[in-house]
Ligand binder design. Structure first.
Ligand code: ATP
Ligand code: MG
Length: 358
C-alpha cells in the first residue's frame, strides 16, 4: 500500500493533535497556524503566529510541532518559524501626545473588553452577560456596561430594576447583580418609555457612560456594544483604551460577513481582536440527543483561521440559555458540570483572562 501523499492539509490535520499549553484546544482551531508549504522534495515549512506574554508558550509549541510533523512519512526537512509577540499593550496618553489623539482609559479598570458583532441579534448581550458572570465566578472583579442606548437589555438579563446611584463626585454608581457591577440605560428609564435620543445626544450618553462612572476597582469591564459598525461604535472604540475586542457571530455566512466588518473596525483603530465566539453553533435535541447544525457548521472556526485569531468558544443554541436570559438569571451561574453552556463560558472567561496576562 502506498503512503498518503504529503500535503499541507495532511500536516494541518496532524497539527490538530498539538494542544495549546494549558488548554484542551489545539493550535489549529486556536488559529495559530498561518501557513504550511511542502516542496516536492519533502521540505516542509510551517509558519505560526503566537500572541502570548509567556515565552514558554512558543517554546512548548515549537517542540511539539517538530516532534509531531517529523514523524510524518515523506518529511525530509522541517522548518518551523514562529512569529511571537506579546499581546499589544494598551496605549496610555503620553505627555507629548496631541490631546486630540488621547484615548482615556476607564478610571479604575484594568482591562476593558468590547463585545461586538456587526450583525444584530447574534447574541452579544447574552455573551456579555454570561462572560461577566463567568469572570466573576473565576474571582475577578467584573463590570458590565450596556452601551446599547436604543435597545438596552442588561436590566432584563440580570433581573434588576435598581436605579444607579450618584457618587460624591457626581459620577454614576453602578448597581450590582449576580456578582457583576452593571450600568445600562435600561436601569435609568422606565421599560415603557422608548429612548428617543438623536445621534449626537446618543454619542454624548455613551461618552458619559464611558467616563463618568465610579466602578470602584475592576479587573475586567465588558462593553456590550450596540449592533452595527457605524458612528456610535467608532465613538466607543475611540473613546476608550480597549484591551481588545471579542467578536460574536453565528456560523451563518450573513453573520460572518458582518463579523468581518466588525473586525475591520477594530483593526482600523489598532485594537487587538481577542477572538471570535461562535454562538448558536448547534442544537442538541433533548429527545434524541442528535446534533443539528441549524445555522451551518464550522463557519466560526474557518473565519477564526482566516483572520488568524482564536476561536474562544462555541455556544450551542440552548433553551435554558434563552430562558435564563429572559428570567434575569444568566445561565453561566449554573454548575458547569450540569450546563454545557456554563462550561463553555467558563472556558471563554479563563482563556481571555490568560490572554490578558491574568
Ligand atoms: N446560545 C443561545 N441559545 C438560545 N438563545 C439565545 C442564545 N444566544 C442568544 N439567544 C437569544 O437570542 C436573542 C438575541 O440575543 P441577544 O439579545 O444576546 O443578541 P444581541 O446580539 O445582543 O442583539 P442586539 O443586536 O439586538 O443587541 C435573545 O432572546 C437571547 O435570549
Ligand atoms: Mg444586545
Amino acid at each position: 500500500m502506498s503512503e498518503p501523499q504529503l500535503t499541507p492539509a495532511l500536516i494541518r490535520a496532524a497539527l490538530t493533535t498539538v494542544k495549546y499549553p494549558g488548554f484542551s484546544r489545539d493550535i489549529v482551531s486556536f488559529g495559530l497556524v498561518k501557513d504550511i508549504t511542502v516542496s516536492e522534495a519533502g521540505a516542509v515549512v510551517i509558519e505560526l503566529i503566537i500572541e502570548s506574554k509567556n515565552a514558554d508558550v512558543p517554546r512548548y509549541i515549537y517542540e511539539n510541532v517538530m516532534a509531531t510533523v517529523k514523524e510524518l512519512p515523506g518529511v525530509k526537512q522541517l522548518d518551523v518559524n514562529i512569529e511571537h509577540h506579546a499581546p499589544k499593550s494598551v496605549k496610555q496618553p503620553g505627555a507629548n501626545d496631541d490631546p486630540a489623539d488621547w484615548k482615556s482609559s476607564v478610571p479604575g479598570v484594568k482591562h476593558v473588553i468590547a463585545v461586538a458583532s456587526g450583525k444584530g441579534g447574534v447574541g452579544k448581550s447574552t455573551v456579555s452577560a454570561n462572560l461577566g458572570v463567568a469572570l466573576s465566578k473565576l474571582g475577578y472583579k467584573t463590570g458590565l456596561l450596556d452601551l446599547d442606548i436604543y435597545g438596552p437589555s442588561m436590566a432584563l438579563m440580570f433581573g434588576t430594576k435598581e436605579r444607579p446611584g450618584c457618587s460624591e463626585k457626581e459620577q454614576f454608581l453602578p448597581v450590582e447583580a449576580h456578582g457583576v457591577k452593571l450600568l445600562s440605560m435600561g436601569l435609568m428609564i422606565d421599560e415603557a418609555s422608548p429612548v428617543a435620543v438623536r445621534g449626537p445626544l446618543a454619542t454624548r450618553y455613551v461618552q458619559q457612560f464611558l467616563r463618568d462612572v465610579e466602578w470602584g476597582g475592576l479587573d475586567f469591564l465588558i462593553l456590550d456594544m450596540p449592533p452595527g459598525t457605524g458612528d456610535i461604535q467608532l465613538t466607543i472604540v475611540q473613546t476608550v483604551d480597549l484591551a481588545g475586542a471579542v467578536i460574536v457571530t453565528t456560523p451563518q455566512e450573513v453573520a460572518l460577513i458582518d463579523a468581518r466588518k466588525a473586525v475591520g473596525l477594530f483593526q482600523r483603530v489598532e485594537t487587538p481582536i481577542l477572538g471570535l465566539i461562535e454562538n448558536m453553533s448547534y442544537f442538541v435535541c433533548p429527545s434524541d440527543g442528535l446534533i443539528y447544525n441549524i445555522f451551518g457548521e464550522g463557519g466560526g472556526e474557518r473565519e477564526a483561521q482566516k483572520l488568524g485569531v482564536p476561536l474562544l468558544g462555541r455556544i450551542p443554541l440552548d433553551i435554558q440559555t434563552r430562558s435564563c436570559g429572559d428570567e434575569g438569571h444568566p445561565v453561566a451561574l449554573e454548575d458547569p458540570g450540569k450546563s454545557m453552556v456554563a462550561a463553555a463560558f467558563e472556558g471563554v472567561a479563563s482563556m481571555l483572562a490568560s490572554q490578558l496576562g491574568e
